[in-house]
Design a protein around this ligand. Structure first.
Ligand SMILES: Cc1cc2nc3c(=O)[nH]c(=O)nc-3n(C[C@H](O)[C@H](O)[C@H](O)COP(=O)(O)O)c2cc1C
Length: 416
């Protein structure tokens, strides 16, 4: 594969030497295009020696080769790492002041940006708007990792590890090839927008305390990875998670059930599929204290009164039905058996109540499902199909659910 590796002027440029190594060792031909600023961090000699190819950042070098047009045309994949705030802005506004930005405008293959910058720069509305613009054009913009930044501070803004960028780049290139080679058979969700919620919501009591649950987000993350592999654009609504969101999703972070409701209603508007895998708190504290609740000598412990949270899944189904939308809605049920019925009886009643198309049911208990790497589920259909069991790693279960989503989508909405 011919890869163009654009390098932006950030401190993390040095890490990209390892990424370049991963590409070349996997047999790819890499042309490195550092920006002028990038060469202040890592010199041209490093890129030339490691890539085995000449390196320039000017459109006026080797003009007879028309590099400003040719490189983007010929590249099977373009990866920009670290993608600076400046490069994201230039790419979003179509600027072409140097060889890298020209190449981005001439891209014929998939493009992946791996941003790295200070947290404030990343979270700035301008940067976020640029990221959104790029994503809306089909460019993959990875979420930066969280952790120690250039100085003593830390937060989201670190360049993902070279191995993670390499894996995301290979998956992107593979899905681009798959999309042209065999869109229907191997990419059952190609061209689909899939919204997936994951993790556990946290319901604040005061600035330091919350009511939470044991969800790790592993199953939701595995679902997102499976949906990406099936060719979908994935909007990932992440409540509290113990694992990272998979690279390549459009990530929306939420904290509480109310925040998740807002994000889900927004993301679902033009989604073909909505999978609600997050563990959403049924109740939240009726009162939130702006200051930390203190223990006072001689006073009883405070009583926490709970109120019900909205039923997001039900609301999504109601809105879909009211608008006559062709959207497949999948719920997750974490059930325990009790005196009133076993797990499947409770789940069947829940499927009827919620009105969703598929309900993925697992049996939970202390140490069971939550946080584990294995899972075992039954997929119930609201359209009369036989229940289907799936077991194994959470990735195996995710693949089975995504397969079933593809099949159900074709069956329930054949016109889509
Ligand atoms: C020490 C240092 C570290 C920097 N790190 C970053 C960074 O991580 N991300 C970023 O967006 N800009 C960073 N900058 C600012 C960029 O270098 C600056 O915006 C430059 O114009 C980017 O040019 P380019 O996008 O053409 O590479 C840094 C600057 C300095 C001096």
């Amino acid at each position: 594969m011919r890869i163009v590796l654009g390098v932006g002027g950030g401190i993390a440029a040095y890490k990209v030497a390892s990424l370049l190594r991963l590409f070349t060792e996997a047999g790819h031909k890499v042309t490195v295009i550092p920006t002028e600023a990038a060469t202040r961090f890592v010199g041209v000699a490093t890129w030339e020696a490691l890539s085995g190819n000449p390196v320039s950042n000017s459109v006026f070098d080797d003009v007879e080769k028309v590099n400003h047009v040719r490189l983007g045309h010929e590249a099977d994949l373009i990866v920009v790492a670290p993608a600076t705030a400046d490069l994201l802005a230039k790419a979003a506004t179509g600027q072409a002041g140097d060889l890298l930005t020209n190449t981005l405008l001439m891209a014929h293959g998939p493009v992946l940006f791996a941003p790295a910058m200070h947290t404030e720069m990343w979270q700035h509305a301008a940067t976020q708007a640029n990221v959104e613009t790029l994503r809306s054009r089909g460019v993959t913009v990875l979420e930066p990792a969280s952790g120690r930044l250039t100085g003593s501070d830390s937060g989201p803004g670190r360049l993902p590890e070279p191995e993670a960028i390499f894996a995301a780049a290979m998956a992107l290139a593979e899905s681009a090839v798959g999309a042209t080679a065999s869109p229907a058979a191997e990419k059952p969700l190609a061209g689909r927008i899939v919204t997936i919620s994951a993790g556990g919501t946290r319901e604040a009591l005061d600035p330091v305390r919350f009511l939470g649950n044991r969800s790790s987000g592993k199953q939701g993350a595995a679902l997102a990875a499976a949906a990406l592999a099936a060719g979908a654009t994935v909007r990932f609504l992440a409540a509290h998670m113990d694992v990272e969101a998979p690279a390549g999703v459009e990530l929306v972070r939420v904290e509480s059930a109310l925040e998740l409701r807002e994000a889900a209603l927004k993301a679902a508007v033009d989604s073909d599929v909505v999978i609600m895998a997050a563990a959403v708190a049924d109740f939240r504290p009726a009162e939130f204290s702006d200051t930390k609740i203190k223990k006072v000598d001689g006073e009883d412990a405070p009583v926490v009164r709970l109120i019900r949270n909205p039923d997001i899944l039900h609301e999504l189904v109601e809105r879909r039905n009211a608008e006559g939308g062709q959207q497949l809605i999948v719920g997750f049920a974490a059930e325990t058996g009790d005196a009133q019925g076993d797990v499947l009886e409770h789940a069947t009643a829940k499927l009827k109540r919620k009105g969703c198309d598929l309900l993925v049911v697992n049996q939970v208990g202390i140490g069971r499902v939550f946080g584990q790497d294995e899972n075992s589920v039954v997929i119930l259909s609201g359209h009369g199909a036989e229940p289907q069991s799936a077991a194994g790693s959470k990735s195996d279960v995710a693949a089975a659910v995504v397969d079933r989503v593809g099949a159900e989508l074709a069956r329930v909405f054949p016109a889509l």
